[in-house]
Ligand binder design. Structure first.
Ligand SMILES: [Zn+2]
Length: 353
């Protein structure tokens, strides 16, 4: 029978690296213990904020349909059945959420969310959460696909700073498991910039916009240089009327603002601040985005949108406490109905807005 004294003796005899692990373990238990209990309830509330709805067809008439015990919990939970005669499917409070059908405990998901909030590498996630590398990868994009649905493109208004930034097109992850994939060009060392100077088709263009009340727009626009048509397509319904557009002197924005019928303030390069019209916020946003994304050592173009939304979420909720953030990341990712499946990863394509 272990006693306090015997446990303390055991701890003293642990190797330094095991002591380190123990400290991490206690940090997690202490930090999250108080928060985990309420998460399932919060997920329920946010998913069904307008009353119970069938997650398969959106029908509002549903009835209770017995209880079930999920494999990752000791508690029995309610099951429902849809009363739409064409659907009649059963569902739970978690159906079509990232954690649905997971064999791992909520605890692990929240620790994983904490790793994501800190922008840890997949290998670090494996170490902290105790899951395999493929699972860590799967969870990352399963959660981000859902966060993307939760946040949506969003709307910017008032004084809106817009600018574009470029990333090297990357086919990372495409070659290994596919017998049919052919690299369209000689491969680069990962994370390295493109071989060609200037803006070529080896770069993909990301357009971001930010307004003065903190709304953020960040999407993958196109391959190569940005065109007015790309801007028009991607900003469709995402800029409020009567907005004032602040951009650099790139010509695509002139036509874009003109066609949209909104005021346009162009900030000439070298000139940084012209009263309230400037592009300092968007420049700062881009440099912190680039800085943050560099840790992933080259992001596959087909996943870049997920990283944009990951960063956007972090920026949006940067003033929340860390423990609240981890919990909210899971609650938010469960709010929308998402259906990411491992089988779909192979066929994934870049998501151009
Ligand atoms: Zn239904």
């Amino acid at each position: 029978m272990p006693s306090y004294a015997s446990v303390m003796d055991d701890i003293k005899n642990l190797s330094p690296s095991d002591k380190e692990k123990l400290i991490k373990f206690f940090e997690q238990v202490i930090t999250f213990g108080a928060h985990i209990d309420g998460v399932a309830d919060e997920i329920k509330e946010s998913r069904f904020s307008k009353g119970k709805v069938c997650p398969h067809c959106g029908h509002h008439e549903v009835s209770r349909n017995g209880k079930y015990k999920p494999s990752n919990s000791f508690e029995y939970r309610q099951r429902y059945i849809c009363k739409n005669p064409d659907c009649k499917k059963t569902f739970t409070d978690f159906t079509r959420s990232p954690i649905y059908s997971s064999k791992r405990s909520m605890n692990k998901w929240i620790i994983y969310a904490k790793c994501m909030i800190n922008g840890l590498s997949l290998r670090k996630c494996v170490e902290y959460v105790g899951i395999s590398l493929p699972t860590a990868f799967y969870w990352r994009h399963k959660l981000l696909d859902a966060i993307r649905l939760f946040m949506g493109k969003g709307i910017v208004g008032g004084i809106v700073e817009v600018d574009e930034t470029y990333f090297a097109e990357s086919f990372k992850g495409n070659h290994k498991k596919s017998s049919t994939f052919k690299m369209p060009r000689k491969s680069r060392k990962r994370g390295k910039q493109s071989n060609v100077r200037g803006i070529s088709n080896e770069l993909v263009c990301v357009v971001c916009a930010i307004d003065r009340v903190g709304n953020i727009f960040a999407e993958l626009a196109c391959k190569g240089r940005i065109k007015t048509s790309n801007l028009e397509r991607m900003f469709n319904d995402s800029i409020e009327e009567d907005s004032i557009l602040c951009t650099d002197s790139h010509p695509s924005y002139i036509k874009f603002a003109k066609n949209l019928g909104i005021e346009h303030q162009q900030i000439k390069s070298g000139k940084h601040k012209e009263g309230i019209y400037h592009i300092q916020h968007i420049n700062a946003f881009h440099s912190s985005l680039k800085n943050w994304i560099a840790r992933f050592k080259g992001v596959a173009t087909k996943y870049i949108v997920n990283y944009l939304y990951w960063f956007k979420w972090l920026q949006f909720f940067k003033n929340e406490k860390d423990t609240i953030k981890s919990k909210n990341f899971i609650v938010h990712s469960s709010a929308a109905r998402s259906d990411t499946k491992i089988a779909d990863f192979k066929h994934r394509r870049p998501v151009y807005a």
